[in-house]
Design a protein. Structure first.
Lengths: 288, 366
């Protein structure tokens, strides 16, 4: 068969091309366009090259936010992934208990971000909140509005409460997909509970864990609503993460150019970290 | 090393069984002797895997006992029974190397590493896996994986029996032969009791010294492949073993003769007496296609039948003929004259079996 040049079949790719263009390429290129200009009003703008990028890269406020952002994402991953696996392992697999457990675990996932923020904002208050009141009874002066550590703790707790169920459900489905015969073989090989987890369950969970880690990383790296509702990024700037800095810049100060440059850097960081996660996990299971 | 006894064993998956059909395993008495190579042969859903899982302890029987060397093991978990089981779909620990896979059962019971090493190398040698030891088990082909799962049973010194649950299902045909020979060789070398579940009669008869044929939750016959062929104890054995299966004709006993349609066959006096004892007149007559005598021409002892069609299977032919409305088959050897239109057949008495309620009527010829 000879290859037909100028193949008309290319037209069949057109719909996808259009969809991708409008959903990803054009918006992204708009941002790229903003990032290299200084815009005063719709008619007055100047090309500034990489100046905004230089400014963004050297902005110490953004550096601080980035560091906070990494600490936050790794903290919640370190908690949510093991905890999610643990919850999934404990969930019943058969009968009425299984459905009940599924519903209970899934409930936090159904609650919108800002409602989660509000729930914990009230829950953590010493005067009317259960958690805050309990801490006060224990003699701890718990106050997320004035203590940075307390604010952090509340945001982390909130995220763990909200999103561990996602990891748990992913792992639960992964565990259900393991054929019974693996467990039977392991019993015959006299494997311990730990060995069953280490050599059967964990390897079979790799794929869902990749999804879990990537989803949780991306989402937590873009966290905005919860700290915003809780303390507005405070006390001080202690819970001001990247997305909030971005919003302040873009909408608060209407610095479109720097904000666009910042967005692109932000986007590249997420892409880079996801790539690192993905290749690391994939390499872990390669044949050596 | 163990002799496995099944004592009044029965199993049901239903909560309140009322009729025999509710049982996956109907009450049975059976002994697998130490060192034997056995096959458990039967169609899908006859309960053979259930029986295997009961022996290994993955399932607890609802009635009766499992004894290893006379010791009741019902309460023992699979890990306490010292049994190895190879499943239909190969089970390997993906992330481990072949070496670690084979070492796994030994590490689990705390065998020192230098002993593990010599044992694993020995077993790998036998299974022809020596050059694969450093590979991850995940990348192996199906037959190699199956060898690894077999190897995990062979490394243990304490294994009293290896149970195989249709282990060659996912293996390529040309490799099946090799692997089956390997199994046979391992059996001779290790003198281990092996029970091999399959629905393939060829697989069963090449592997096993004795075959248990299972049908509707019962072992209907336990014997050598030859016994199963020559003297099927149950109509199902006649039908299931052999290709094509046994011919069966419904017949009535009348005056020391078997009558069917407008024909009759003389009945041996011993058989006739036995049937009178059983107080039955409705029987099934069974004869294997291999034993139907096809004459070259008309003969006073032969029935004249209509030839339906002939299948040429290369080294032999199968003749299908119409015997008074009943379709029967006969096997013609290569050098035999092929009948056209009409054929003349007779049923040698020695090979004509009588069945009552699907079971063979046996008499002592003395």
């Amino acid at each position: 068969m000879t290859k037909v040049e100028n193949n008309k079949a290319w037209w069949l790719v057109m719909p996808v091309f259009l969809i991708v263009a409008f959903s990803a390429i054009i918006p992204l290129m708009t941002v790229v366009n903003y990032s290299v200009q200084d815009i005063f009003d719709p008619y007055t703008r100047y090309f500034v090259g990489t100046e905004w990028f230089k400014q963004v890269m050297t902005d110490s406020r953004l550096h601080d936010a980035l560091i906070r952002q990494f600490i936050f994402s790794f903290t919640i991953l370190a908690i949510e992934i093991p905890l999610g696996i643990g919850v999934a392992l404990m969930m019943p697999t058969k009968g009425r208990g299984a459905s009940l457990a599924l519903i209970l675990v899934a409930i936090p996932l159904l609650i919108p971000w800002n409602v989660v923020g509000t729930i914990w904002q009230i829950f953590g208050r010493a005067d009317i909140g259960l958690f805050g009141a309990m801490m006060a009874k224990l003699g701890i002066n718990y106050n997320y509005a004035s203590e940075p550590m307390h604010a952090w703790l509340t945001v982390v707790l909130m995220d763990v409460w909200h999103w561990t169920p996602l990891v748990a459900l992913l792992c639960y489905s992964g565990l259900r997909a393991i054929p019974e015969v693996y467990y039977q073989a392991a019993r015959i090989d006299k494997a311990s509970r730990w060995a069953v987890f280490r050599y059967i369950q964990l390897p079979k969970l790799t794929n869902v864990l990749i999804i879990g880690v990537l989803l949780r990383f991306m989402d937590s790296f873009m966290i905005y609503t919860e700290p915003f509702v809780l303390t507005g990024g405070g006390p001080g700037t202690s819970t001001t993460f990247l997305s909030q800095s971005l919003v302040q810049q873009a909408i608060g100060q209407f610095d479109l150019g720097p904000a666009a440059a910042f967005s692109l850097v932000y986007f590249l960081i997420i892409l880079l970290v996801c790539w690192v996660f993905y290749t690391t996990i994939m390499n872990m299971q390669k044949d050596k | 090393m163990a002799e496995i006894t099944l004592n009044s064993l029965a199993h049901t998956y239903s909560d309140n069984p009322t009729k025999p059909e509710d049982y996956a395993i109907r009450e049975m008495q059976h002994i697998w002797h130490q060192g034997g190579a056995y096959a458990l042969l039967g169609p899908s859903g006859c309960g053979k895997s259930t029986l295997l899982n009961i022996i290994s302890g993955l399932l607890e029987p609802s009635d009766g006992e499992v004894l290893f060397d006379g010791q009741r093991v019902n309460e023992l978990k699979p890990e306490e029974r010292n049994i190895a089981q190879v499943f239909q779909f190969p089970v390997v620990y993906d992330t481990m190397t072949v070496y670690d896979n084979l070492a796994f059962p030994l590490r689990n019971i705390g065998v020192p590493e230098h002993k593990i090493r010599s044992k694993v190398l020995e077993v790998a040698e036998i299974l022809e896996l020596s050059d694969q030891l450093k590979r991850k088990a995940k990348g192996l082909s199906a037959d190699q994986k199956q060898k690894v799962s077999m190897g995990r049973g062979l490394v243990r010194d304490d294994v009293s029996a290896i149970l195989f649950d249709e282990p060659l299902t996912v293996i390529d045909p040309q490799l099946k032969w090799k692997l089956r020979r390997k199994l046979k060789q391992i059996h001779e070398q290790f003198n281990i009791t092996m029970v091999y579940v399959t629905h393939d009669q060829l697989e069963a008869s090449t592997f096993a010294d004795k075959i248990a044929v299972m049908y509707q939750g019962q072992i209907v016959q336990f014997g050598t492949p030859r016994e199963l062929f020559e003297n099927p104890a149950h109509t199902f054995v006649g039908y299931f073993i052999g290709s094509p299966g046994m011919n069966f004709i419904e017949a009535t006993v009348n005056n020391q003769a078997l009558e069917f349609g407008s024909h009759s066959l003389p009945l041996h006096p011993d058989l006739s007496r036995r049937l009178t004892e059983l107080q039955t007149t409705q029987v099934k007559v069974g004869i294997r296609p291999e034993f139907v005598h096809v004459w070259d021409g008309s003969n006073p002892d032969a029935f004249q039948v209509d030839v339906d069609f002939i299948e040429d299977l290369g080294t032999y032919k199968i003749l299908t003929f119409n015997f008074d409305g009943i379709l029967m088959k006969a096997r013609l050897s290569e050098d035999q004259k092929v009948p056209h239109g009409k054929a003349y057949v007779s049923f040698p008495e020695q090979w004509t079996k009588i069945y009552v309620n699907e079971f063979l009527v046996e008499v002592d010829h003395d």
